[in-house]
Ligand binder design. Sequence first.
Ligand SMILES: Cc1cc2nc3c(=O)[nH]c(=O)nc-3n(C[C@H](O)[C@H](O)[C@H](O)COP(=O)(O)OP(=O)(O)OC[C@H]3O[C@@H](n4cnc5c(N)ncnc54)[C@H](O)[C@@H]3O)c2cc1C
Length: 381
Amino acid sequence: MATGNGRCNLSNKDMSLSHFHSHNQDFPSSVLSAVTPMDCLSFLSELGIVTTSEGDKLFPMSKTASSVVDCFRYAMDELKIEIAEEASVTDIVKTDRFAVSCEDGRTFSSDLLIIACGGACAAYTGTTGDGYKWLSKLGHKIYAPKPSIVQLVTDNSVTKALSGLRLDADLTLTADGDVVAQQYGEVLFTDYGLSGPAVLQVSGEVSRRVRKDRLTVPMKVSLRLFDEETLSCIEEQLKERRISFASRSMDQLLLSILPQKIGAMLLKTALQRPMALPVSSLSDSDIKKILTTMRCWDFQVLGTRSLEQAQTTIGGADCDEFSESTMQSRIVPGLFACGEVLDVDGDCGGYNLTWAFASGILAGSSTAAVLSEESEAADGN
Ligand SMILES: Cc1cc2nc3c(=O)[nH]c(=O)nc-3n(C[C@H](O)[C@H](O)[C@H](O)COP(=O)(O)OP(=O)(O)OC[C@H]3O[C@@H](n4cnc5c(N)ncnc54)[C@H](O)[C@@H]3O)c2cc1C
């Protein structure tokens, strides 16, 4: 219910596979061709979930995440699916069957088991990484969980002063000088660094380069605030203002071009000298420096915020050890997994729910197929 700020961004019109990431890139690609994003939408539609779009993003028409949960609940009630509420699972053991133990002493046993308990981010939603513990104990390899769709920690001398302010920018993320991600959108300045949709979208590229809490390569976020055409208009404006606003103090120079506080900070960064000087002191080279900073306002990246603040988990159970056509473990017969517990993460924009739906539908239909084969065999006997 927390998804999409309570609105549930459940899919996207652009379902290119580049939006999904895994150490085994073929795995999400195979699963999403067995159960396509369109199949997921048809499945949701059968449950009564109608969608609407905002740009490429798809939401329930109600734009209310709880209505999606309600549609699932009604469908489960009608199918008489039993839900064990408040069952906090503490252990899973496999002997001839699976034995599942809960904190309150309840136990469950079954021949087949689907682990669908999410990743390790946002523990307040109930996902504390328990699935990794169980899968590891059952013999599966786990890639260390890392946060994605998360805020970036940067050198904060500028961002702290601008905390709470936002602007639209073309964001470029570089690692050791190489461009690794680009995104246009809103950027929010914060006490610790940068947030906002454009920043969250590129954050996975930072996480993937963090080892033992440190970046393995120097990384930088550069913000381009204006296109070239606008910059040449701004250049003319600044030359004019040098004459018409000659006696004003420098920190007023970008008034109406940028929000006042952001403009003053950009000038300070670009010119590195006191803002009390008059606008008349502006040289041609100063104007060039201002335009350069508007083209490329750099922030040194120090890392990401923690899993607790993230919206999805990079890493998880190694997909090589699961069948892409059934989601069944290749190590433990009868064991299935789906969703974020596996080593697949999606970009921001409805990709993580699509992965959860597609892999969940596949795991569910595969277990149902096993059960119906067994019951047919029993009938035959
Ligand atoms: C704030 C936020 C916003 C998001 N917004 C979006 C969005 O708009 N669009 C999008 O595509 N993705 C979004 N995501 C990501 C998306 O929600 C997840 O990737 C997706 O829900 C994963 O599905 P899942 O079924 O694998 O696990 P989850 O949906 O995490 O469900 C796992 C369930 O298992 C339960 N569980 C865990 N451990 C135990 C245990 N020991 N015992 C019993 N139960 C347990 C948890 O309580 C939880 O109910 C968002 C995530 C967050 C945190």
